[in-house]
Structure formats: structure tokens, C-alpha cells
Design a binder for this molecule. Structure first.
Ligand SMILES: O=C(O)C1=C[C@@H](OP(=O)(O)O)[C@@H](O)[C@H](O)C1
Ligand SMILES: C=C(OP(=O)(O)O)C(=O)O
Length: 442
């Protein structure tokens, strides 16, 4: 069934290799971490080249609702955000009798990172989000906040949005034990506010593996860079010392995960894509493109001045890849175009992302004639010729971009609700159309 009431976007199908240079907007994960850290810092901070997207707008709105001052200033080729911190934790905006409403949209970084911050303020805070957000796992975070003495009342399913949080103006801290198997964001959320608790935080993960460990490293490195002592020397245990978070002036890196679809375009068309400002060192998981794409048949080079160049070969090869985290939908799109089978493993938690990504990828690859299958912790994708049709996005930006990648190689793909890419990259349709327009120009 191809019926949908959402707009369909005819994915560009150039029929020739692209040859493009694409400037990718800033990282969602870095922007939303540094915005939150700025709200807790010991003075005003400047977040340079901040991402402007739905997820970052929701973070800005949430921090303002808690009492932070955030001012936008135009800067060279982008926007900087000047952040005045919450001040003392009790300066939160929730002092009145009405709950302060916080809209999380579908942003994991807002629904997981902001409740612990609100717990440091004084007042009542009502958290909710999109219909899909109410299905995303929240129970370990609710549980952790209760262990820290915060009163939370759920209004829907237990351990899910919507809920109300009552905060008294400070957190003592101490030992917290959770099962973070469903999302690394539970760990990051607690570590980020750890230094502003009275005695610091000892966080223990009890369960099987924590996913997306790169994102936890990003949190730990961001905290250390602002003078916070974090001990992560033992697996599944983190200790954050109490103390100030230094105010800062930092430039956000391009979003290397969102660079993925553009780099994938080089493979899907046998062309070349260049991304400027690729960091020499980074905590972003998207730096893995430099090792993943050569295994799939591309050549990858980063020049001394930070331009990453990817050139596709005559064919895309399948891959056996573990723990690809938020890169998985992009990798899966390439696997659907590959000449040999692929196995993606270690990504069971993608079932709790913007949508159940494993089920969604299997359904949409199959809708275009492909051969994909779910495993307990990932996907098997086998070569089979694809045909045009509707590729549904399930309100998931990475599903929409996966459909666009397949559309480069397969004529007649229509991506449902391409506007959902505004979650992290509002310019995606325009950037993609410009990329496709370079085909055959060289
Ligand atoms: O902390 C972050 O910025 C993120 C952590 C990861 O979440 P999960 O651990 O839930 O995969 C990642 O997938 C998400 O896109 C962003
Ligand atoms: C899982 C993702 O997002 P979120 O930050 O909402 O968890 C993602 O961007 O792939």
C-alpha cells in the first residue's frame, strides 16, 4: 500500500555522478549539550555556529522557560547564541503556581537532558512532546530522578511522557543506579547536571551494554573541557565531582552524522562529495564515515585544511558493521544498493528512536522491492533490484534522508514528509536538490 496523507517529495534522480561541495550545519548533539552547559555555567557563554533546527529551537525554548537568557546574534555565515546562565539554581522560572510547560517535540536530547536540569530549579515543570515522543523510553531517567529525591507524576504510560516534575531548588546528588540499555542519553543527561549537585554524582549502569558510547564520551569530554572532574575509568560507572562549569566561547563542529547522507550520495551515484570544516579530532560518531565508507567501496581523504572528500567506486559493497548508532539508517540505505549482503548489529535500541527504525527500514526497503530482515539486534540486508515507489518517513528525519539516498540510484522514489528533516537540518531539501543538480556538470 502506497497511500499516505502526508506530502510526497520526488527524490532527485540525476542519473549521473554528483560532484559537489556541501557545507553541513552544526551538530545537534554538540549544540544541545553546550546550550545546556551554558545554562549551568558560572558566567555568560557564547555558542558559535549554533545549529538552527527544530531540536535546537526546542532546547532554546526549554532553557528560556527554566530562566536562562538566550540571545541570537548574526555572525560570519551563521548564528551565534549568547547564553546567560540560570544563575543560582533556584533562579528557575518555575516559582509560580502554574506548571512551566516544556515541549520536547521528538528531541531525545530535550526529553532526556532537560528534566534533570529542571530538577535543579524550583517549581513544577510539565514535560510533553509529539505523539511519537510518548513512545520513546524514559523510565530509567524517571527512576534516576526519583532516586535523587525528585517528585515525578506520570500522566500517561508509566515511565513515559507526559509527566510533571516538582523541584525544590537543589539536588543533593549521590549514587544512582539505572539500566541505560535503551539509550546513552540517560547517562549523558545525568552526567551533564552532575557537577551542579551538592555532592556530585556516582552513576552506575546495571544491565547489558550501553548503546552509543561515543555520545557518552562526547558528554564526558565536554564536561572535562569546562573544568569538571569526571572519572570514567571503569566500565558502566561514572563519577562526576561537584563544582563550577566554566563559562565558554566555543564554535560548534558540522554535524558529521548529517554529513552522512551527502557522503553516501558519492557512493550512490559513483561521484564525489566534499565536506569542508571536517574536524581533525572529534567526539562525534559521524567521524566513523572515514572508516565505514572505504569498506563499502569508496575512497576517502581528509586534506590538511579539513576538507573531507569521498569518491564512490563502480559498485557499493555490503558491510558487516556493529554499533553504528545514529548512522545506521544511512548505512542501511547504502546496503540496500549494495552488490553483496550486509549485517548491521548492536543496534536493538534503534527500536526506541524517533520511530522503530529497524521495523521502518525493513518495511520501506521491502516496499521498493528490496530484501531486508530484522534480527534481535539489527538488520540483514541482501542485494535485490529496487524499483520506484513511496518511501515512508514515520516522522523520522533519518528515514527521510535514507529514502533520498535510495532515490539517487533508483528512479521514481517519492519520500513522504521530507519536511521532517527540519528536526536537525531544515535546509536538507534545498541542499539535496543542489547536490543532485551537480550531476553531469563536471
Ligand atoms: O546524546 C546524543 O546527542 C545522542 C545520543 C544517541 O542516542 P541513543 O543512545 O538513544 O542512540 C544518538 O542516537 C542520538 O541521535 C543523539
Ligand atoms: C536518535 C536520534 O535523535 P534523538 O536526539 O532525538 O535521540 C537521531 O538523531 O538519530
Amino acid at each position: 500500500m502506497d497511500s499516505t496523507t502526508l506530502p510526497l517529495w520526488p527524490a532527485p534522480h540525476p542519473g549521473a555522478p554528483v560532484d559537489a561541495t556541501v557545507t553541513v550545519p552544526a551538530s545537534k548533539s554538540l549544540t544541545n549539550r553546550y546550550l545546556l552547559l551554558a545554562a549551568l555555567a558560572d558566567g555568560p557563554s557564547r555558542v558559535r555556529n549554533a545549529l538552527a533546527s527544530r531540536d535546537s529551537d526546542l532546547m532554546v525554548a526549554a532553557l528560556r522557560a527554566l530562566g536562562a537568557g538566550i540571545e541570537q546574534v548574526a555572525a560570519d555565515g551563521g548564528t551565534d547564541l549568547l547564553v546567560s546562565p540560570l544563575g543560582t539554581p533556584s533562579a528557575g522560572a518555575g516559582g509560580g503556581t502554574d506548571p512551566v510547560a516544556i515541549d520536547c517535540g521528538l528531541a531525545g536530547t530535550v526529553m532526556r537532558f532537560v528534566p534533570p536540569l529542571a530538577a535543579l530549579c524550583r517549581g513544577t515543570f510539565a514535560f510533553d512532546g509529539d505523539p511519537h515522543a510518548r513512545r520513546r523510553p524514559m523510565a530509567p531517567l524517571v527512576d534516576a530522578l526519583r532516586q535523587l529525591g525528585v517528585k515525578i507524576t506520570e500522566h500517561g504510560e508509566p515511565g513515559a511522557l507526559p509527566f510533571t516534575l516538582e523541584a525544590t531548588g537543589a539536588l543533593e546528588g549521590g549514587r544512582v543506579e539505572i539500566d541505560a540499555g535503551a539509550s546513552s542519553q540517560f547517562v549523558s543527561a545525568l552526567l551533564l547536571i552532575g557537577p551542579r549537585t551538592r555532592t556530585g554524582l556516582e552513576l552506575v549502569h546495571a544491565g547489558s551494554g550501553v548503546p552509543s558510547l561515543d555520545h557518552i564520551r562526547m558528554t564526558v569530554e565536554a564536561l572535562r573541557g569546562l573544568g569538571v572532574a569526571v572519572d570514567d575509568s571503569k566500565p558502566n560507572r561514572w563519577r562526576v565531582e561537584p563544582g563550577p562549569i566554566a563559562a565558554f566561547d566555543k564554535t560548534m563542529e558540522p554535524d558529521l552524522s548529517n554529513a552522512g547522507p551527502f557522503l553516501a550520495a558519492a557512493l550512490a551515484t559513483g561521484g564525489t562529495v566534499r565536506i569542508p570544516h571536517w574536524p581533525a579530532e572529534t567526539t562525534q560518531v559521524g567521524d566513523l564515515w572515514r572508516s565505514i565508507l572505504p569498506r563499502m567501496g569508496a575512497t576517502v581523504d581528509r586534506s590538511a585544511d579539513g576538507v573531507l572528500t569521498v569518491t564512490g567506486g563502480p559498485a557499493i559493497h555490503g558491510i558487516d558493521l556493529a554499533d553504528s548508532s545514529e548512522l545506521a539508517p544511512t548505512v542501511a540505505a547504502l546496503c540496500a544498493l549494495a552488490d553483496s549482503p550486509s549485517r548491521l548489529s548492536g543496534i536493538a535500541h534503534l527500536r526506541g528512536h524517533e520511530t522503530d527504525r529497524l521495523a521502518a527500514l525493513v518495511a520501506e526497503i521491502a516496499r521498493l522491492g528490496g530484501d531486508a530482515e530484522e534480527t534481535p539486534d539489527g538488520l540483514l540486508i541482501r542485494p535485490r533490484p529496487l524499483h520506484g515507489g513511496v518511501f515512508r518517513s514515520y516522522a523520522d528525519h533519518r528515514m527521510a534522508t535514507a529514502g533520498a539516498i535510495i532515490g539517487l540510484a533508483v528512479d521514481g522514489v517519492q519520500v513522504e514528509d521530507i519536511a521532517t528533516t527540519a528536526k536537525t537540518m531544515p535546509d536538507f531539501p534545498a541542499l539535496w536538490t543542489a547536490l543532485a543538480a551537480t550531476a553531469g556538470e563536471a
